[in-house]
Write a protein that binds this ligand. Structure first.
Ligand code: ASP
Length: 229
């Protein structure tokens, strides 16, 4: 898993229903559901996109957070909504991976939605609490390996990009540590800043400001090239 992506989708047939009444659509506000907590990277992208959509559509796009660990409740809500184009979902790589990770998922990412398009493609960043006792990647790995029973890794629940990134990391270094699931990486970041969890892997969208502000330590990015920011 190299990057985390954001896509937007309608409940199935949303586009068809919308195009049948193309002259009228949209005649009222559109709700954009975010599967994670406010203030996190998915929420940040949603708010930028919703704002940008408002002018050309002539209607407000209201962002609504429906956070749950793993982000599995928002897709279910959009699936169960009227397929008229007024309930849209923004999600990421989790739409593709959750079917392999949950035994009982109450939506099918392929057959229950119409996909509108890819919005962005952003690398993940491996970060640790500001006082993590390592100054480079080698020391970071050494510390984790030596203290694997004490170290904890925050994420947004099973299937979230932060979870997959951490799993990949642990598998690469062949060391398992305690994973702490949150309803999004906004609350996970708060605990990382407070030092109650040790490290996290999250979209650059959410990590850049904290890195630049010296609040967290950064040890790597998941892109092949160095991230300009
Ligand atoms: N960054 C989270 C993730 O792990 C989701 C979020 O809070 O936006 O996928």
């Amino acid at each position: 898993m190299k990057n985390a992506v954001a896509v937007a989708c309608f409940a199935l047939n949303g586009l068809l229903a919308a195009s049948a009444g193309a002259q009228q659509y949209p005649t009222r506000n559109i709700t954009m559901l975010v599967p994670y907590a406010a203030g996190g990277p998915t929420d940040t992208v949603a708010r930028v996109v919703a704002q940008a959509m408002t002018k050309p559509l002539g209607q407000s796009v209201i962002v609504e957070n429906r956070p749950s660990a793993g982000g599995i409740l928002a897709p279910e809500q959009v699936k169960n909504s009227k397929p008229d184009g007024y309930n849209i979902l923004i999600h990421h790589i989790g739409m593709a991976t959750t079917p392999a990770l949950y035994r009982q998922l109450r939506f099918n990412p392929l057959s229950d939605f119409d996909y509108i398009g890819l919005i962005n493609d952003v690398p993940m960043t491996v970060i640790a609490r500001g006082n993590f006792p390592a100054k480079d990647f080698k020391e970071f790995l050494d510390y984790i390996k030596k203290n694997k029973d004490k170290v904890s890794y925050a994420n947004a629940g099973i299937g979230a990009a932060s979870h997959l990134c951490g799993m990949l990391f642990m598998s690469a270094i062949q060391t398992d540590v305690l994973t702490v699931p949150y309803k999004g990486t906004a609350p996970a970041m708060n605990d990382l800043l407070g030092g109650t969890v040790d490290f996290m892997c999250d979209q650059t969208t959410n990590t850049t400001a904290q890195i630049k502000g010296g609040k967290v330590k950064v040890f790597g990015v998941t892109s092949l090239k160095r991230v300009p920011s």
